[in-house]
Write a protein that binds this ligand. Structure first.
Ligand code: HEC
Length: 304
C-alpha cells in the first residue's frame, strides 16, 4: 500500500515535470482577495509612461509591442499580446498578481519589480484598452484612534464635481460615515485653497463639491487635493490625493528661480555678492594684519 502511494506520488511528479517541460499552460489560480485588489495609484500619463519603460526592459522580449501581435510565436504556450482580450478580461488585481508570480515560462517578477512598478505595468497594459475605466481609488487611513477609514475620491469631468465617499470599518463591517464634516482643499504654492464650504456627508457617506473649472495645476494639470474629515466616531482624518483636474500651467517652480529659500547655487545675486564681498573683505583684512605684523618684525630687527 505504502509503495503504491509512493508510486502514484512519483507519477504525479513526473507528469507535472513533463507539463513544465512541454510548457503546457498552467492556469494561474488567483486568490479572490488578490483578484479584487485595486491599484493604489492613478493610471495617469506619467504612470503609463513609466509602465512603458518597465515593459520595454522586462516584457517586450516575449510579449512584443502591445497591439502589434509581434510576441514570441515560437514559445509554447504563446505569451500573447497584452492588448488582446485574453489579457484585458483580467481584473487589475489579476494582472498585478499574474505579473508577480509568472508561470511555467514567464519569470516571477515579484522580487524583481516593486509593487509600484508592477501597478504601472498594469496601467500601461490598460492604456491599450479604450473601454477600460479605472475604478475610483480607495485610500485607507488609520487615524489616531486606530480606526480604519476608506475614502474614494472621484472627479466627474462633465460637471466638474468631486465626489467623496467615506466609509469606516467597524469590526469587519464597512459602514458609511454619516453626517461627518468634510473640508476640501486644493494645495497652492503657499497654503491651501478651500473649495466651497464645510460640508456634511449624507446617509451613504457621500458628499459632492463643485470644483473650480479654471484652477491652474502643474505642467500636467495635476492638483493635490487635501480632504479633512471630522467624524464623531472615527475622529479627525486628513488625506491627500493628486488628481489631474487643473489647467496645465508651465509656471517655473518655486525652486527654479533664484530666491532666498533656494539652494546655494540658486540664491539671489545680491546675497551671493554681499556674501562674496564680505568673505573677500575679511580675508583681505587678515592678510593685511599678517603683513603688518611681518613689517613690524622686520622693522624691529633693523632697529636692533
Ligand atoms: C520569458 C518570456 C516572458 C516574459 C519575459 C514575460 N512573459 Fe508574460 N507570459 C509569458 C507566457 C508564455 C505567458 C503565458 C500565456 C498563457 O498561459 O497562455 C505569459 C502570461 C502573462 C500574463 C497572463 C495573461 C493571461 O492570459 O491572463 C500576464 C499579465 C503577463 N504575462 C504579463 C507580463 C509582463 C507585464 C511581463 C514583464 C514584466 C511579462 N509578462 C514578461 C511569457 C513571458
Amino acid at each position: 500500500m505504502k509503495r503504491a502511494i509512493k508510486n502514484i506520488k512519483s507519477l504525479v511528479l513526473l507528469v507535472t515535470m513533463l507539463c513544465f517541460q512541454l510548457g503546457i499552460a498552467q492556469t494561474v489560480v488567483v486568490p479572490a482577495d488578490k483578484k479584487a485588489k485595486a491599484s493604489p495609484l492613478l493610471f495617469n500619463d506619467a504612470a503609463v509612461k513609466d509602465g512603458e519603460t518597465i515593459y520595454t526592459k522586462n516584457c517586450i522580449s516575449c510579449h512584443g509591442n502591445p497591439s502589434k501581435a509581434n510576441y514570441q510565436k515560437s514559445m509554447s504556450p504563446v505569451p500573447g499580446d497584452p492588448a488582446e482580450e485574453k489579457f484585458q478580461k483580467n481584473s487589475d488585481g489579476e494582472l498585478f498578481y499574474k505579473i508577480g508570480v509568472g508561470n511555467a515560462v514567464m519569470p516571477m517578477f515579484k522580487n524583481v519589480l516593486s509593487e509600484e512598478e508592477r501597478w504601472k505595468l498594469v496601467g500601461y497594459i490598460r492604456s491599450f484598452n479604450k473601454n477600460y475605466k479605472q475604478p475610483p481609488l480607495e485610500i485607507t487611513v488609520v487615524n489616531l484612534l486606530s480606526k480604519t477609514v476608506k475614502l474614494s475620491i472621484t472627479y466627474n469631468e462633465k460637471n466638474h464635481q468631486i465626489a467623496i465617499l467615506a466609509k469606516g470599518k467597524v469590526k469587519n463591517d464597512s459602514v458609511p460615515l454619516k453626517g461627518s464634516e468634510i473640508i476640501l482643499y486644493a494645495k497652492r504654492y503657499f497654503g491651501r485653497l478651500q473649495i466651497e464650504t464645510v460640508k456634511q456627508t449624507n446617509q451613504q457617506g457621500a458628499v459632492l463639491f463643485d470644483f473650480p473649472k479654471n484652477l491652474p495645476g502643474d505642467k500636467a494639470g495635476n492638483i493635490e487635493l487635501i480632504v479633512k474629515i471630522n467624524d464623531e466616531l472615527f475622529g479627525e482624518i486628513t488625506v491627500s490625493r493628486t488628481l489631474k483636474i487643473g489647467i496645465p500651467t508651465n509656471k517655473p517652480s518655486l525652486t527654479e528661480k533664484r530666491a532666498i529659500w533656494n539652494v546655494n547655487a540658486k540664491a539671489p545675486i545680491w546675497i551671493l555678492l554681499t556674501y562674496t564681498i564680505g568673505v573677500i573683505g575679511i580675508w583681505a583684512f587678515l592678510i593685511y594684519i599678517i603683513f603688518s605684523i611681518l613689517k613690524i618684525k622686520k622693522a624691529s630687527k633693523k632697529n636692533n
